[in-house]
Ligand binder design. Structure first.
Ligand code: NAI
Length: 333
């Protein structure tokens, strides 16, 4: 049984080959993303197509796949906004995903960004390599005793809350659904307008929806404490980039850590080191000494990649063999 992978990176090949032993599927890896330009190249006899966040599975692409007798689309990620599910349903193609792959990986990266910005370890690393052992400019603040505002306390937000509670922080949270176990641990739920002015650090852990696009905007930024630190490992468009740049220029926002960016599709997961980047907003953000940008790597741990590979291969096995899925959340169509 043949699976064609698109947007395949060396680490995808490594982890899927490693975890394929019990199944013995034939794996074919394409580096290019899937779209109308390449869909015709899928070999006849390919039963499964495995894709990632930037592959574009439009109705047209899915129609061509159906004509080639593709039976399953396996998303090796949680989000599925890039797949026309209606078209898949119409053509009888099953679609599965990986609903959760190590929430701790993302939560730990958010904490890593916070500690890097606060204790300036990125600067210290370079400075010491130049034999400069001066401490000027490296002053940080204790997290112990500070107030952390967590927006979204699902799987990742919950893991993040537990870590910062361990640091001795006061943790405030905003989520339409309150988590009783977090409340029992000392997390206090508040309306957003009360959380914003009280938090020294605000970390975003909610999904992007049409309702919360630009949740962080001129008004919500103005409601925050002067000197606030903002961390975003969720989705880029939760933050209005122009308006956060204005708040950084006035120093109202003291630190910003982002693993996601609203225009990231054109940039992230690619080596652009020899290219001219035309996106002036990301260049402006990267020019600030108090802004840390990482390229959507919060999920990127050995544990999470192993989970992605095992869940994806198991779901493919279940769908192809017509078995009932162990976890109904993996099946989209
Ligand atoms: P989840 O579905 O377990 O939890 C999301 C929580 O956000 C829910 O409790 C929900 O009630 C809450 N929520 C929804 N809208 C909200 C709003 N407007 N304000 C406050 N809370 C709101 O999701 P999970 O697994 O915790 O993931 C959260 C987000 O993290 C994902 O949607 C995704 O955008 C991002 N993510 C980022 C990764 C990375 O590598 N940077 C990897 C995986 C996920």
């Amino acid at each position: 049984m043949k699976i064609a992978f698109f947007s395949a990176k060396p680490y995808d090949k490594d982890f899927f080959n490693r975890h394929n032993t019990p199944y013995g599927f034939e794996l074919q890896f394409w580096e290019t993303h899937l779209g109308p330009h390449i869909v015709n190249a899928i070999d006849e006899g390919t039963e499964v197509v495995c894709v990632f966040v930037n592959d574009r599975l439009t109705a047209e692409v899915i129609g061509t796949m159906a004509a080639k007798q593709v039976k399953v689309i396996a998303l090796r990620c949680a989000g599925f906004n890039n797949v026309d599910l209606e078209a898949a349903k119409k053509h009888g193609i099953r679609v599965c995903r990986v609903p959760a792959y190590s929430p701790e990986a993302v939560a730990e990266h958010a904490v890593a960004m916070l500690l890097t910005l606060n204790r300036k370890t990125h600067k210290a690393y370079n400075r010491v390599r130049e034999q400069n052992f001066s401490l000027n400019g490296l002053l940080g603040f204790n997290l112990h005793g500070r107030t952390i505002g967590v927006i979204g306390t699902g799987k990742i937000g919950r893991a993040f809350c537990k870590i910062v509670l361990g640091f001795g922080c006061k943790v405030l949270a905003f989520d339409p659904f309150e988590d009783e176990s977090l409340k029992a641990s000392g997390v206090q739920y508040l309306p957003l307008e009360e959380l914003l002015p009280q938090s020294d650090v605000i970390s975003l852990h909610c999904p992007l929806t049409p309702e919360n696009k630009y949740l962080i905007n001129r008004e919500t930024l103005a409601a925050m404490k002067p000197g606030v630190t903002i961390i975003n490992t969720s989705r880029g468009a939760l933050i209005n980039t122009d308006e956060v740049i204005t708040a950084l220029k006035s120093a109202h926002v003291a630190y910003l850590g982002i693993d996601v960016y609203e225009q990231e599709e054109k940039l992230f997961f690619k080596d652009l080191s020899g290219s001219i980047i035309e996106d002036d907003k990301i260049q402006r953000l990267m020019s600030f000494p108090n802004v840390l940008v990482t390229g959507h790597q919060a999920f990127f741990t050995e544990d999470a990649l192993a989970q992605i590979a095992t869940v994806t291969l198991n779901s493919i096995h279940e769908l192809i063999e017509g078995l009932a899925p162990q976890d109904p959340e993996v099946i989209l169509v």
